[in-house]
Design a protein around this ligand. Structure first.
Ligand SMILES: Nc1nc2c(ncn2[C@@H]2O[C@H](COP(=O)(O)OP(=O)(O)OP(=O)(O)O)[C@@H](O)[C@H]2O)c(=O)[nH]1
Length: 372
């Protein structure tokens, strides 16, 4: 049976962490269904007791029904149902068809760890209530003997069941801890990615740019190999937004990002550090080489035709083209001995960029040209 569609039931449209919890609930419900079915076969075949086998099969179906709640997007109900069925099942095992000697009530240990794994952080009342019920029921089962069980099991069979309960408890705890550890790892990776990436262009964001820039600047200071920084800003971007709409403005930002990635040197780092402001960090790049590379980037952007698709009604009425060409102004700086901090480079590249804007835009200026 293909399990992936069952595991993913109810995760559509959910936030990342909630979707993971729903997935985990579905996985645990499926595993418990499998274990319960194993016990059903044991009661039917090994113990040869139809009545007990059928009761247990009923609980097996009830575990599987957890997935129906997930399917109906009722995540909280799915979890309450699952733990409710589990506790009812353990009570029936201990007080209807077996006794506490089978050890089935030790499965109550899984409830507190399970609820803290599966419920959302803010579902405190549910977690606390289910955990307290599990502890009370465990103590009750541990201290009460079923005088009239449906199955009269030998000491050996009870011991075998007891060991199976311990084994399943251990496997489930190992599985849950392992799954939890993987989840934490994947959440951390996701958070690191989100914290360092610009969501629109997928380039490095401003925060990550300063981390990378400071690192490369420290490398430059240690090795004294050339290091350059290119700062660029799309020309008249406000007009583009006003004329073609914000969505097309975003398309323009994405197209410029793509052009920068495709035309920057392999060892360069590209970042979006403001609305329509980008930086390309170029290690191992001399002053003259940097000018050539910045010119190449300027030309590549100016040569890129951006397909806008649907235009705003205003732009349509004015008979605007569906293809947009935008330009950018560039300022660059090559690191030298007087630079003591990475941010000095950015400040001076910004001055050069300002000059490029003043001198007519769609051009490259260096800070040295400016100083001279
Ligand atoms: N579509 C879109 N627009 C943005 C985004 N971030 C900033 N902007 C817009 O970028 C525009 C920047 O305008 P200005 O700073 O006036 O610069 P400009 O129009 O490019 O003028 P010059 O730089 O002098 O050529 C503003 O209209 C912002 O609203 C974004 O993520 N998407």
């Amino acid at each position: 049976m293909p399990l992936a569609p069952l595991i993913n039931l109810g995760t559509q449209g959910q936030a990342f962490s909630s979707a993971n919890r729903i997935k985990t609930t579905n996985i645990i419900a499926l595993i418990t269904t499998g274990i319960s079915f194993g016990y059903t076969l044991f009661f039917l075949i090994a113990i040869n007791h139809l009545h007990v086998g059928l009761i247990n099969f009923g609980f097996t179906c009830a575990y599987f029904a957890t997935l129906a709640f997930s399917l109906l997007q009722q995540a909280k109900l799915a979890k309450i149902w699952f733990f409710g069925v589990l506790m009812a099942h353990l009570l029936v095992c201990t007080f209807v068809y077996m006794t506490k000697d089978s050890g089935f009530h030790l499965y109550f240990f899984l409830v507190p760890t399970g609820v803290f794994l599966l419920f959302e952080l803010n579902e405190r009342a549910e977690k606390l209530l289910l955990s307290v019920i599990a502890v009370i029921l465990f103590l009750y089962c541990e201290n009460t003997m079923n005088a009239d069980p449906l199955l009269l099991l030998t000491e050996t069979t009870n011991h075998m069941l007891y060991q199976s309960v311990i084994l399943v408890n251990m496997i489930e705890v190992i599985f849950v801890l392992n799954y939890f550890a993987k989840q934490i790892d994947s959440n951390e990776k996701q958070l690191v990615l989100q914290a360092s990436t610009d969501s629109l262009t997928q380039l490095m964001n401003r925060h990550q740019f300063f981390i990378t820039g400071n690192h490369l600047f420290a490398q430059y200071q240690a090795s004294n190999k050339p290091f350059s920084l290119v700062l660029l800003d799309i020309d008249h971007f406000k007009k583009i937004n006003d004329k073609y709409g914000h969505i097309n403005g975003d398309k323009c930002l994405k197209a410029v990002s793509q052009t920068l990635i495709e035309n920057s040197p392999a060892d360069a780092s590209v970042a979006r550090i403001g609305g329509e402001e980008f930086v390309v960090l170029m290690p191992n790049t001399t002053f003259e080489l940097c000018r050539t590379k910045a010119e190449k980037l300027r030309k590549a952007i100016a040569d890129t035709k951006i397909n806008l698709g649907v235009l705003t009604p205003g732009a349509q009425a004015e008979g605007e083209q569906t293809e947009l060409i935008c330009t950018a102004s560039f300022g660059f700086i090559n690191a030298h001995d007087k630079h003591t901090e990475f941010k000095d480079l950015l400040i001076q590249a910004d001055k050069a960029l300002y000059r490029a804007k003043e001198n007519g835009r769609n051009r490259v200026e260096s800070y040295l040209d400016h100083v001279a």
